[in-house]
Write a protein that binds this ligand. Structure first.
Ligand SMILES: *Cc1c(COP(=O)(O)O)cnc(C)c1O
Ligand SMILES: *[C@@H]1O[C@H](CO)[C@@H](O)[C@H](O)[C@H]1NC(C)=O
Length: 547
């Protein structure tokens, strides 16, 4: 008996030592100490926030922020009808039409004027009509019944083939459509996890991702029990430092990740270097091209530099790249609810399949998360791709990237902007992010002032920045000039306010109420313990379901 116990003890100690060794090697001695210090600080701060007096104060502030949020998201005024039960009698088509028209006119951000970053990637009337027609024709179809709806199966397979052909896929490459970028990324992580489990018996999977990689990788980590190692991406280039990725690789590693480009700053990680690392360690490498989507393959044809063109590019042309996620619903201009996950070969794709051979409802298999799926969305995506065509995508790339360059040049050259703001890294596609290099000016105050002028830009954090994703509506005449003009005005005002504050002026600015972004990111975000931010997010998500 006791010898069995001893064996377990030795195994336990051995695992502990081995894991500590990988941890120390991965993060370095100083890095490990700083991780422990931060964890401790966070814990203590959390305890501080739970002290009776403090806790009630925090609760009160969260309650007031929640109320503000509810008013903002659901306050349509007293004459808005609210429906919480089925109508007893069916509505007439006229009644429906009137109500739907009213709904579509509810107060909202005017994305048509190009004042929204990301969100609406095309929105042209002609394309919208084409999509609506295609979706109407296939509104009852469901690809889970391939025999009943052969056309939808054909269109889905063709979408995958067309997207593969844009990313230098080898002969035996494969792919699948999904409901969006998040699902594509979930599938890539699941495939890598299942592959490592089947081929290398890895039971405690880990993946290494840049700190700038999309939140969907964290979701995959949580959903599939994969430990996520973050590699911090810092100034000046904000791409993932390859030597730090290398140090974190250990026998439990199942996947390396790079973005082309990433969401926060629009920079492209050094995919050729990641590819070499992946081959050296026989690991899968996922390239997140969700955002880059159809822009990335069109850059060179539209006359712009293409990332790492001399060292192999960013796609399957690099031998280490095993999967790529591509959002057809971003710069593929398909209706929302469309994306593709591409694999170097079929066996990688098979690792994402779900198969239940002995289900009482019959032998069951499905390629991705959903069971039934919307054939209409596949028809909408297929029709969009055919209607825009290669030429259309190259033209769009030209417009979008030129607009991003216009914003970038303004930040680098305009006398007011260049003193205060700096571009984060070297953006090459549609997204540009900038930070405040003039310390007293808080970039989140600039974000709030831009919101007040009707702009819908995105705050990024760690480090603080403001991000603009250029889409087709923003390439319309005058839109980007308005953006720059408003940005200049906002920065000028902020500067004056800060100067006044520092010289002890009596300006009302001193007691100004901080805006939403400044509160969320600047105030709550600077606390070491994120539980306050988490509670705000829960309140937001709950508000979404207030009928
Ligand atoms: C948008 C985006 C995703 C995921 O997209 P969803 O379609 O919103 O799920 C993934 N990666 C990057 C870089 C993105 O910008
Ligand atoms: C598919 O690609 C993976 C990753 O490169 C590799 O490990 C595997 O052997 C390939 N399978 C086939 C059948 O080619």
């Amino acid at each position: 008996m006791s010898s069995i116990r001893q064996i377990f003890l030795v195994l336990f100690v051995f695992r502990l030592l081995r894991n500590s060794f990988y941890f120390l090697r991965g993060h370095g001695v100083l890095g490990s100490l700083s991780i422990f210090y931060n964890a401790l600080y966070k814990r203590l701060y959390h305890m501080f926030l739970s002290l009776p007096g403090i806790r009630s104060k925090v609760d009160k502030q969260i309650a007031s922020a929640t109320k503000e949020l509810e008013d903002k998201l659901t306050g349509f005024g007293p004459d808005t009808n609210r429906y919480r039960k089925l109508p007893k009698e069916p509505w007439t088509p006229e009644q429906l039409k009137t109500e739907l028209t009213q709904l579509s006119n509810l107060k909202r951000t005017r994305w048509e004027e190009g004042k929204v970053s990301g969100a609406v990637y095309h929105g042209g009337d002609e394309l919208l009509n084409i999509q609506a027609e295609a979706m109407k024709l296939f509104s009852v179809s469901n690809p889970i019944h391939a025999d009943v709806f052969p056309a939808v199966r054909k269109m889905e397979a063709e979408i995958v083939a067309m997207v593969l052909s844009m990313f230098n896929a080898p002969d035996h490459a494969a792919g699948a459509t999904t409901s969006g970028g998040t699902e594509s990324i979930l599938m890539a992580c699941l495939s890598a996890r299942n592959k490592a489990k089947a081929e290398r018996r890895v039971s405690y999977p880990e993946m290494i991702i840049p700190s700038t990689a999309h939140a969907a990788f964290h979701k995959a980590g949580q959903y599939f029990g994969i430990t996520v190692h973050l590699v911090h991406c810092a100034a000046p280039d904000y791409t993932v430092p390859i030597n730090k990725v290398r140090r974190l690789i250990n026998p439990n590693t199942i996947l390396l990740v790079g973005s082309a480009p990433n969401y926060p700053h629009g920079n492209v990680d050094d995919i050729p270097a990641l590819s070499r690392l992946a081959i050296q360690h026989k690991l899968p490498l996922h390239v997140d091209c969700c955002l880059g989507s159809f822009l990335m393959p069109c850059l060179a044809k539209a006359g712009f530099p293409s990332p790492y063109a001399e060292s192999g590019g960013f796609d399957f042309a690099l031998p280490g790249v095993t999967s790529i996620s591509v959002d057809t619903h971003k710069y593929g201009f398909a209706p929302k609810g469309n994306s593709c996950i591409l694999y170097r070969n079929k066996s990688l794709r098979q690792y994402q399949y779900f198969i239940s051979p002995d289900w009482s409802g019959g032998v069951y298999g499905s390629p991705s998360i959903a069971g039934s799926r919307a054939g209409a969305l596949i028809a909408g995506a297929w029709a969009s791709m055919m209607a825009v065509g290669e030429k259309g995508y190259i033209d769009a790339t030209h417009k979008i990237v030129s607009t991003r360059i216009t914003v970038q040049n303004a930040i680098k050259e305009h006398p007011v902007l260049k003193e205060t703001l700096s571009v984060m890294g070297d953006p090459m596609v549609s997204v540009i992010a900038f930070e405040s290099k003039d310390k007293p000016i808080d970039i989140y105050d600039i974000a709030d002032a831009m919101s007040a002028k009707g702009w819908h830009l995105n705050s990024v954090q760690d480090p603080p920045g403001l991000h603009v994703a250029v889409t087709m509506p923003m390439t319309r005449d005058g839109a980007v000039d308005n953006l720059i003009e408003d940005l200049v005005a906002v920065v000028r005002t902020e500067k004056e306010r800060v100067v006044e504050q520092m010289t002890g002026g009596t300006g009302a600015g001193l007691e100004r109420k901080r805006g939403r972004q400044a509160q969320l990111y600047g105030v709550a975000g600077s606390l070491p313990d994120k539980s306050v931010v988490e509670r705000m997010v829960v309140a937001y998500l709950d508000t979404l379901y207030l009928a």
